[in-house]
Design a protein around this ligand. Structure first.
Ligand code: SF4
Ligand SMILES: [Zn+2]
Ligand SMILES: [Zn+2]
Length: 359
């Protein structure tokens, strides 16, 4: 189904900005708000700063490591953190190279250029060096055996392992990711559909790891920012980011179906996504684990025997997955299997609107 446009150019052009006599250049249908460029930028930046205050995401003097992919979300995140907080906070970037030929290197180039422009120190970490395997090698194995889980879930676990490990190595107090409001709402609805109450409880602007010295707290300063507005902000501020194509494995993500469904609802009934986020924030105090349980959980953690990351058992999830995939590689090599794609995937759906942002 083709999504209806929320606002036509004509509609916007007829209106004046809500804040000044200028003609509006953007309509935010959920308000509705009509803004000229200057007042949209102001509105956007104010909400960013408000989210940081509201959820107490970080304090002055803390070192923030930004997980930078080169896509729009993490690029805007880095830009805004530098713009408003670099006087009082040290800001650095972590770029992960998952090993996706023809795609990742272009996004990384863009990420590096932005770091240089903003004067931000950065570090590039490769799957290949960390785990001895690239996404290009991993993905056909997973697609051949759906029992191994989703491709993006796999990639995400490995990336989180790297992010936490290097946040500690680099002495960061917080790890900032570019998750936007659409991502969070999709996650919430996915958790409802999957009856994954535990995962839902952990959702937050300051993400859900238990308090433990082995974990660096993850924060999401774009938690209340709709994706479309990030795209508009990039255009108005001329923020260069990588958007030409998305990861060639993105079509395998179940999330695409949720994005499609929620975008459709948002277009038909503007404000739906904000309502879902507010609903979650309203029920959160009722469903969050009691504070007393946290130290108990933290006590149970040990260091992974392979990589040293905190885990409840001998090996962390990432190392377990790598072991499984190595066994799978041997099995599939023996059988001489070629990539067969499970019917559970909808090849038509891609990250058309998100373009390469998967932290
Ligand atoms: S779409 Fe994102 S999460 Fe999925 S495989 Fe590609 S980089 Fe990894
Ligand atoms: Zn204005
Ligand atoms: Zn491990």
């Amino acid at each position: 189904m083709k999504a209806k446009k929320i606002t036509t150019k004509d509609e916007t052009a007829q209106r004046k900005c809500d804040k000044c006599p200028q003609k509006s250049v953007i309509t935010l249908a959920y308000g509705p708000h009509y803004f000229c460029e200057k007042h949209f930028v102001q509105f956007f930046e104010n909400r960013f700063k408000k989210t940081i205050r509201k959820y107490n995401l970080f304090r002055a003097k803390e070192k923030i490591l930004v997980a930078l992919s080169g896509g729009k979300d993490s690029t805007v995140l880095l830009y805004l953190l530098c713009k408003f907080y670099s006087r009082l906070n040290k800001i650095e970037a972590l770029i992960i190279d998952e090993g996706v030929k023809g795609y990742r290197e272009k996004a990384i180039k863009c990420a590096v250029e932005n770091c240089k422009k903003l004067g931000v120190n950065y570090k590039i970490i490769q799957f290949k060096k960390e785990f001895g395997i690239t996404n290009d090698k991993l993905m056909p194995l997973i697609l051949n055996n759906p029992k191994l889980g989703g491709t993006c879930a796999f990639c995400g676990t490995l990336r989180r392992n790297i992010m936490n490990k290097y946040a500690k190595t680099l002495g960061a107090n917080k790890l900032a990711t570019g998750h936007n409001m659409d991502d969070e709402v999709q996650s919430f609805v996915m958790n409802v559909f999957n009856n994954d109450f535990e995962r839902m409880k952990r959702m937050s602007a300051s993400a859900g790891v238990i308090e433990h010295s082995g974990f660096v707290k993850r924060i999401k300063p774009l938690y209340e920012t709709p994706e479309k507005e990030i795209i508009a902000y990039c255009a108005f501020r001329e923020i260069k980011h990588y958007s030409e194509e998305c990861c060639p494995y993105s079509w395998t993500a179940k999330r695409n179906e949720y994005r499609e469904m929620l975008n459709h609802f948002e277009n038909r009934f503007p404000g739906t996504e904000f309502s879902i986020l507010r609903f979650y924030e309203n029920i959160k105090p009722l469903i969050r684990p009691h504070e007393k349980e946290k130290p108990l959980l933290a006590q149970k953690l040990v260091e992974c025997r392979q990589c040293g990351e905190p885990t409840e058992k001998g090996f962390c999830k990432a190392c377990e997955m790598i072991e499984k995939i190595k066994e799978e590689a041997k099995k599939q090599k023996g059988k001489g299997k070629s990539a067969i794609v499970s019917s559970k995937y909808n090849k038509k759906l891609t990250c058309a609107t998100t373009k390469g942002e998967h932290i």
